[in-house]
Every structure is written in structure tokens, then in C-alpha cells.
Design a protein around this ligand. Structure first.
Ligand SMILES: Cc1cc2nc3c(=O)[nH]c(=O)nc-3n(C[C@H](O)[C@H](O)[C@H](O)COP(=O)(O)OP(=O)(O)OC[C@H]3O[C@@H](n4cnc5c(N)ncnc54)[C@H](O)[C@@H]3O)c2cc1C
Length: 310
């Protein structure tokens, strides 16, 4: 049997942090039921990799189960879902690992927070947890490389012309890419950006706006006082509370769910995978609360496993 143990699956420092950060040590002794099921396709992770895989398979008529260890982060005008950039809260960090400052762990209490910090001796890797993965916190700068850059850096065999004519436009359409309107950039709030742009031009560099997956009307509405700030105060670095950001949860995952062929299980933490004797995969999952408390163990058997978990 080709077994990946938990530590191997989570990877190095993350696993050490994970095993030392179980929310409630007395839980280890508690009994939890184990359920078993079989699925045609299992996708681990619901970011770009998982979300797009799930949608395209579902459109082809294939049933898919998506397992995501983070929570849903619903948005909407004046919502308070995501943490703030300036006030530390339980929502900042995922329960498996907290960052250290001056030798002390600064995590407050276990929670399925938005950022997973994975420390190593030389650096700390930060990734996002939640349905939508990194798209919840990424800036969304969506640049298409020119042909030379593409062929210099991407593996041979991926055809630039096809990417240019089919796939880049397809992504741009799904994410509704737009550049920020001048009305926003010329507002008082974005003075720093204007100064930066001036300096870039003075230095003789080409200046251009970067398309982003954002409905900029939300930011303009914030400036007009129609919504609480989220884009315009920098909170968007930890997720856009008001919405208007076309992240994976509200695009690919939303459309995948609409096909009826996809189930997304949030707060489902994959701990281990192994190959069964018949060649199928066995996926060992903990269903948790938002506090990381394990409610149930699941073993999901599948002939097709897509690991889209960073
Ligand atoms: C701060 C920041 C800014 C960025 N800005 C940009 C940008 O402007 N433009 C750009 O193109 N890219 C940007 N990126 C990069 C981009 O977000 C990533 O390339 C992209 O999200 C990767 O997608 P993915 O599906 O591979 O992984 P992710 O989006 O990381 O998704 C992986 C998912 O798997 C889940 N998962 C992990 N382990 C498990 C497990 N054991 N069980 C269950 N679920 C699990 C995670 O919770 C996560 O939701 C940025 C990234 C960050 C962090």
C-alpha cells in the first residue's frame, strides 16, 4: 500500500505546527464516529485549482466532491465576515499554525481563520484558507504574459496561441476583469497611488493599469458613504467584506454548484491519503467546527483524486 502519512501530506513545518496546535488536547481521547463513502471524483482544496477542476468536470456531467478545510466567507454590503487589517482577531489565523513574534506565539485562540502561517527556519509561508482559497485575499492582478515571456518561462507543449485566443479570454470573462476607474484613482484616498504613478512616469517607465476581478462600483460606493469601507481602507488585503470581488467562491464554485453535480464540504480537513489495494484512493478527512474541533472522521474512497491544496 502506498501510504502518505499525515505529516507527509501536510508537509514539514506545517505538520509540526499542526500537531502541536490541536485546539483541545483532551479531545484526543474522545470517540468520534467514522463514516465511509465512495465518490466518483474528490478534489482537495477549493481555490483556483480546485474550483476550476470542479466546474469543468461538473459541466462534463461528472459528480465531484470538493473538500475544503477552511470555512465559507460570505460577503455582502456592510458584512463583517472577514477580519480587519488593523485589529487582530481570531479570524486572522487558521488553527493549525500561528505566527510568532519575539519568540512568542501571537495566535489568540483556535479558529478556522483566513490565513495559514507555515513557519520554517528561514521564512514563513502564508496561504489563505476558505472556500475560494487564495482568491479570497489575493490582489487579483491579472496580467497576461506576451508570447516571448510565455515561451521563455512556461513548459514547452503549452501553446501560447491557444492560451491567447481561448484560455486567457475565458478567465477574463469569468472574473469580469476591469481596471480601476479614474474617478476612484483621482479621489483623496488614492493620493499615494497617484504619487507612485507620477514617479514611475518621471523615471521613464511605461505606466499601465492592471485588470482586476473587481466591480469597482463597490469601492466608489464606499467613498460615497453607501457602504462601510473595505476596499478603501485596506481591509481588502484580508478579504473584501462588502463583496464585488469575483473570487473563486462566487464564480467557478458558484457555477459548479449550480450544475447540481458538485458538493462542496467546507470545514473538512484532509489529514491523510493512501492508495487502496484496488488502486483507488482513500481520503481521511476530519469534519470540524470553525474552532477546529473534530466532529467526525470520514474515509472517502475514490478512483480519481485531484490535489489542489497548494
Ligand atoms: C496575499 C496574496 C496576494 C496574491 N496576489 C495575486 C495577484 O494579484 N495575482 C495573481 O494572479 N495571484 C496572486 N496570488 C497568488 C494566487 O492567489 C495563487 O496563485 C492561487 O490562489 C493558487 O491557487 P491554488 O488553487 O493552487 O491554491 P489556493 O488558492 O491556495 O487553494 C488551496 C485550498 O486548499 C485548501 N487546503 C489546503 N490543505 C487542505 C487540506 N489538507 N484539506 C482540505 N483543504 C485544504 C486551502 O484551505 C485552500 O482553500 C496572491 C496570493 C496571495 C497569498
Amino acid at each position: 500500500m502506498n501510504k502518505f502519512n499525515r505529516r507527509k501530506f501536510l508537509g514539514g513545518a506545517a505538520a509540526v505546527a499542526a500537531s502541536s496546535a490541536v485546539p483541545n488536547k483532551s479531545e484526543a481521547a474522545l470517540w468520534r464516529r467514522t463514516t465511509r463513502s465512495e465518490e466518483r471524483v474528490v478534489v482537495i482544496g477549493s481555490g483556483f485549482g480546485g474550483g476550476i477542476s470542479a466546474l469543468r468536470l461538473a459541466q462534463a456531467g461528472v459528480k465531484v466532491l470538493v473538500l475544503e478545510k477552511g470555512r465559507w466567507w460570505p460577503t455582502g454590503p456592510n458584512s463583517d465576515t472577514f477580519p480587519s487589517a488593523t485589529v487582530l482577531s481570531k479570524k486572522h489565523f487558521f488553527y493549525t499554525a500561528w505566527p510568532e513574534y519575539g519568540g512568542f506565539r501571537i495566535g489568540l485562540w483556535p479558529y478556522a481563520g483566513i490565513l495559514e502561517a507555515i513557519p520554517s527556519p528561514s521564512h514563513t509561508i502564508v496561504s489563505a484558507c476558505g472556500v475560494g482559497g487564495g482568491s479570497l485575499v489575493y490582489q487579483g492582478m491579472s496580467l497576461q504574459p506576451d508570447e516571448k515571456n510565455f515561451t521563455d518561462w512556461f513548459p514547452a507543449g503549452i501553446d501560447y496561441q491557444e492560451m491567447d485566443q481561448v484560455y486567457y479570454p475565458r478567465v477574463a470573462e469569468m472574473l469580469e476583469l476591469q481596471t480601476a476607474p479614474d474617478e476612484l484613482i483621482n479621489s483623496t484616498t488614492y493620493k499615494a497611488a497617484r504619487i507612485f504613478a507620477d514617479r514611475v512616469q518621471q523615471a521613464g517607465y511605461h505606466l499601465t493599469k492592471i485588470p482586476m476581478p473587481i466591480d469597482w462600483q463597490f469601492a466608489l460606493d464606499e467613498l460615497d458613504g453607501l457602504m462601510k469601507p473595505s476596499y478603501t481602507n485596506g481591509d481588502c488585503a484580508l478579504g473584501v467584506k462588502n463583496g464585488g470581488k469575483h473570487s473563486v467562491d462566487v464564480t467557478y464554485i458558484d457555477q459548479a454548484l449550480a450544475t447540481g453535480n458538485v458538493t462542496v464540504e467546507a470545514l473538512h480537513h484532509v489529514r491523510e491519503i493512501e492508495k487502496d489495494a484496488d488502486g483507488s484512493w482513500l481520503v481521511y478527512v476530519d469534519r470540524t467546527t470553525v474552532y477546529g474541533t473534530v466532529l467526525e472522521h470520514k474515509i472517502v474512497k475514490t478512483p480519481t483524486l485531484i490535489r489542489a491544496c497548494s
